[in-house]
Write a protein that binds this ligand. Sequence first.
Ligand code: NAD
Ligand code: DAU
Length: 340
Amino acid sequence: MRIMVTGGCGFIGSNFLYMLLADKPDVFVCNLDCLTYAGNPANAEDAARRFAGRYVFERADIADAPAVERIMEEHRIDAVVNFAAETHVDRSIADASPFLRANIAGLHVLLQAARRRGLTAFVHVSTDEVYGSLGPLDPAFTEASLLAPNSPYSASKASADLLCRAWHETYGFPVIVTRCSNNYGPRQFPEKLIPFMYLRACSDQPLPLYGDGGNVRDWIHVLDHCRGIWLALTGGRPGAVYNFGGGAERSNLDVVRRILDFCGRPESLIRFVADRPGHDFRYAMDYSLARRELGFTPSFSFERGLEETLGWYRDNAPWVAGVTSGAYRSFVDSWYGGRL
Ligand code: NAD
Ligand code: DAU
């Protein structure tokens, strides 16, 4: 299989492409990424050397139709997994425009190019955030839950999911949508909760928890998510939507306390700050469809996965230094400036 992995210089895309290259000797990967602030060439740095002849990087924008078509043709692509997106909720609140362009217009270009080529395998990677928010006692989201996105980010992702649905219903295009809960693991850009709090705690900086820290996320290790995507790509029903979750609901306060514990810092670093506007209270995923149809089950325990993840950040100082200046610093200063 010759797979175009879009967004392969980001967090989940890079974990996915290394998993494929290491475990699936028959797979060729074309990593198409335009290298936004979140796209880090170091994330896939040694793929070309370690997997010579089975990996190529193409710097391009998924919203650039001629480039996407040329690259699909040149590398004789027969499957697409679309990770490329703007992904940070807080940034979408500050400015939605890049989200609409990459997450909706970009996905449209990919669908068009893939349909023209007659591809029969296309997975679009989506999120639990399209379902909106749960109350403390609500049952977990199923694939039949209503789409009720609350942030500009999740609205752009829900729009993309609906385009996928239309491409299947109207053109019979065999696209599959996967929706996953919060990922954690190596190489996550440190604007996201776990690496953000860990790196700040290590340098004794205050930790800004939105609201009272009681919001709940369902954490899944990135490698469990990647395995689910592979199962959907190779065995999913065309037109289907599959939920993936980690079965590990934790409040943000609980997660931050574990991080403080890991790095031996006091709880006095925590600051309860003004809430994120439109902040979803709780996510939880019912992944019984993926278990039944794909054989998906998450394998990591959150506590073990979190320790390994924090250990990865501790042991990879050059990577951390490479991503914590420039765009990271200016966003942190402008976003948290008034909060802390
Ligand atoms: P990330 O922000 O770490 O990486 C995104 C990558 O996409 C970057 O390498 C960036 O350069 C690239 N990109 C962005 N716009 C592009 C464009 N127009 N053309 C080409 N490349 C572009 O993101 P992530 O956390 O790895 O998320 C990957 C996907 O998984 C996203 O679609 C996201 O919505 C989805 N998702 C993420 C999570 C999570 O917890 N991180 C959970 C569920 C779903
Ligand atoms: O649920 C899947 C989604 O998870 C993905 O689709 C998104 O791309 C990804 O960014 C993530 O979204 P969240 O908004 O849940 O992740 P984030 O790491 O930004 O925040 C996790 C929780 O922590 C959320 O309740 C907000 C809270 N938080 C986050 C930050 C960065 C804080 O309290 N303070 C913070 O400084």
